[in-house]
Design a binder for this molecule. Structure first.
Ligand SMILES: Nc1ncnc2c1ncn2[C@@H]1O[C@H](COP(=O)(O)OP(=O)(O)OP(=O)(O)O)[C@@H](O)[C@H]1O
Length: 258
């Protein structure tokens, strides 16, 4: 579903030359996989999401997402790819304050879709996330957790093949964060969408069966395919207390990439 080969990304800083950000020799994510992306601040997690949805292009290497060679596409082609195939969820929801929750969700639907179909689809989705009675409220009249649920509907309503979430629970309290993450995992699993979540929350990351850690110096670690120490529960008892060490050396039989 996602395959990166020899990807390099750097940014040009005025007066300072080029700053290397990401160097990914090889990395694959399978269709339907749910993956937490963790790593220190500034290690390039958001940059990676921007490359995967085509906002940015790599300086070198190949990025193939759902059979689309993004590295070989124009910005316009990548923009079309993003609107058709990718759902994106942000830490701060990015809802339009002057539109109702339902109107915000409808923004993601094709302009040409009949209004009656839009109404039907949004009603179904608001029911699914438990907000059927809040559809006509403005974002400012909703709690932060409810706003993130609306943003989730907007990201998922077109049934994207890939869902990218950048710190989706970063501005929520613990209980709400857990609820929102649970819902995101359930909704993407039932749609067989591939989910990548950037998070600093190690407790939430521990709930993901697959994780990739980007460390200092662009080191990549992934426990993909490793036997899970916690058996069937999907939780890694090692991770939260052991973040001084990268995942690949923490007791997981992690495969170090790069
Ligand atoms: N447009 C840009 N121009 C120059 N430098 C940039 C640009 N975007 C990001 N960077 C730099 O790239 C590095 C990686 O940024 P990025 O936002 O991807 O990291 P991150 O791992 O998501 O960090 P955080 O966890 O703090 O959000 C940082 O040093 C950042 O300053």
């Amino acid at each position: 579903m996602i395959k990166l080969t020899g990807v390099k990304k750097q940014f040009r800083l005025p007066g300072e030359g080029k700053l290397p950000i990401l160097s990914v020799p090889e990395w694959e994510v399978e269709e339907g996989e749910q993956l937490a992306l963790i790593g220190p601040s500034g290690s390039g997690k958001s940059t990676l999401l921007h490359l995967l949805c085509g906002v940015l292009a790599p300086d070198e290497g190949q990025i193939i997402v759902d059979d689309v060679p993004l590295h070989a596409q124009s910005q316009a082609q990548r923009d079309r790819f993003r609107s058709e195939k990718v759902g994106i969820i942000f830490q701060d929801f990015h809802l339009m304050a002057s539109l109702t929750a339902r109107q915000n969700a409808e923004l993601a639907l094709p302009v040409k879709m009949p209004k009656s179909r839009k109404r039907e689809l949004t009603a179904e989705w608001f029911e699914r996330v438990g907000l059927a009675d809040r559809m006509n409220h403005l974002p400012g009249q909703l709690s932060r957790g409810q706003q993130q649920r609306v943003a989730m509907i907007r990201a998922l309503i077109r049934s994207p093949k890939i869902v990218l979430a950048d710190e989706p629970t970063g501005s929520l309290d613990r209980e709400t964060a857990e609820d929102v993450m649970r819902l995101l995992l359930e909704l993407t699993a039932s749609a067989n969408a591939t989910l990548l979540v950037v998070t600093h929350d190690l407790e939430l990351a521990a709930g993901f069966r697959t994780r990739t850690h980007i460390g200092e110096l662009n080191e990549w670690y992934t426990p993909k395919g490793a036997a899970h120490p916690a058996g069937g529960s999907g939780r890694d008892p090692i991770l939260p207390g052991n973040m001084a060490e990268p995942l690949g050396t923490s007791g997981w039989k992690g495969e170090k990439l790069g």
